[in-house]
Design a protein around this ligand. Structure first.
Ligand SMILES: [Zn+2]
Length: 427
């Protein structure tokens, strides 16, 4: 890992032309390299509440102080670096992301946006700029364990969640204490709706759209909603040797046709929605018994709740047809683990687009298929996200990678977006 870091540093200096950026392109990449050193020994992780997480957070807080921010930890463990504005009666503008990772994760998911925000704090200090709005640089706590810190800010973190134990062995309640928070006072960190002028998050795409199309920046249209259903096909479990082929009520055969139908429905409609059957269980589950019951999952993701509903209705129609033709029964249940789509702010997206055009970068609008802290931040005030390409679309893996140039370009766009938003009368 050490050798690779040195190689990366050399290539940063060779490929980045400092004149192309107001932000310091080398520094933001050096910050990325420095943060990547804080890892659990046996794997490439910085899971929330682990010693590596605490060390990474200490590093970030030290850097925030060096950048002149007033640093505190809220009751849910969010790290908040404040910078006063010219008019502190204005609502704050928020920049940030997370530094915790999944087990066996990478060095870019969350880290890119966190270090970009930190770099912007350093740039403001270098240039002696005081914004009109007060600024808050936030490292959201435990993003990978259910967007914990941003949920606390949005007031959607329930006490039920405190019992959940992650791979470190600590429960969320214990973890919050380890981060310097207080689970009994988490409710106090909630921000009222309308109390933030704007929030921005830079993030790696975690998919391959930008990389494959060779585009430099993505403007996130919104974060997709997720609907989950449990489907059950009920046939008749019977002897596989003595029941003739024309006299069976085979639930698994019907379920197989259903899985095919889900794929066909999804492909028959235009758009970026996705429909997935990810889990299947056939009962009684013996080679010599015709399956009598099959339980399977259905997941639908899209930016439009209406479209998700319409896709579901089409799939349900097909399920009923298949059940009738297969002489089995079909039932379903909607699962209450779902999230509504979260739209990013139209005016902020326009501001981002204008900055990208000034820089001459190539870009597109695209949805985020993964969840992010910004999803929760849209509940508090106008929010927007900037994506940079993930090489080969790989994420949640040690092989996750975004180029130093992409990190610098994304940081520059966020910096210019911050200045443009700050000077706009609308905010
Ligand atoms: Zn992330």
């Amino acid at each position: 890992m050490k050798k690779l870091s040195i190689l990366l540093l050399v290539s940063v200096q060779m490929s980045l032309n400092a004149q192309d950026f107001v932000i310091n392109a080398s520094r933001v990449n050096d910050l990325m390299t420095a943060l990547s050193a804080f890892k659990e020994e046996d794997n490439n992780s910085r899971v929330a509440f682990s010693d590596a997480d605490l060390e990474g957070r200490a590093f970030v807080m030290q850097k925030m102080k060096e950048a002149g921010l007033e640093v505190s930890i809220d009751f849910s463990g969010n790290i908040i670096g404040r910078r006063a504005g010219l008019d502190n009666s204005l609502k704050p503008i928020v920049l940030g992301s997370h530094i915790d990772t999944v087990p066996e994760g990478g060095d870019y998911d969350g880290c890119a946006g966190s270090m970009a925000a930190l770099e912007i704090a350093f740039t403001l200090q270098d240039l002696n700029i005081t914004t009109r709005h007060p600024l808050e640089f936030i490292i959201y706590s435990n993003e990978e364990g259910g967007v914990m810190g941003s949920r606390a800010l949005a007031g959607t973190l329930t006490e039920e969640a405190f019992k959940v134990v992650n791979s470190t062995g600590y429960s969320m309640g214990e973890g919050i204490v380890r981060l310097g928070g207080d689970p009994s006072r988490v409710k106090e960190v909630q921000r009222a709706e309308g109390s933030i002028a704007a929030s921005f998050e830079l993030h790696i795409e975690q998919g391959a759209n930008l990389y494959q199309e060779d585009l430099e920046i993505g403007i996130v249209e919104g974060i997709v909603g997720i609907d989950w259903y449990d489907f059950r096909f009920g046939g008749f479990a019977n002897h596989a040797g003595t029941t003739p082929m024309n006299n069976r009520q085979d639930a698994l055969l019907a379920a197989a046709k259903f899985i095919q139908a889900v794929n066909e429905v999804a492909l028959s409609v235009e758009g970026r929605h996705v429909c997935t059957v990810g889990r299947i269980q056939a009962l009684p589950g013996a080679p010599n018994v015709i399956p009598g019951v099959v339980n399977l999952s259905l997941e639908i993701r899209d930016l439009s709740s209406e479209k998700m509903k319409s896709l579901f209705n089409m799939i349900l129609e097909r399920a009923k047809e298949i059940a009738t033709a297969s002489n089995v029964e079909v039932t379903y249940e909607s699962i209450d683990a779902t999230g509504a789509p979260a739209m990013t702010d139209a005016s902020l997206k326009k501001i981002i687009e204008a900055q990208i055009n000034k820089k001459g970068y190539s870009y597109t609008y695209l949805p985020s298929g993964a969840g992010h802290d910004s999803q929760e931040m849209t509940r508090i005030g106008p929010a927007a996200m900037i994506f940079i390409p993930s090489v080969d679309g790989i994420s949640h893996s040690p092989r996750e990678y975004s180029t130093p140039k992409a990190i610098a370009q994304g940081t520059e766009v966020m910096f210019q977006t911050l200045l443009a938003t700050d000077s706009s009368k609308k905010y």
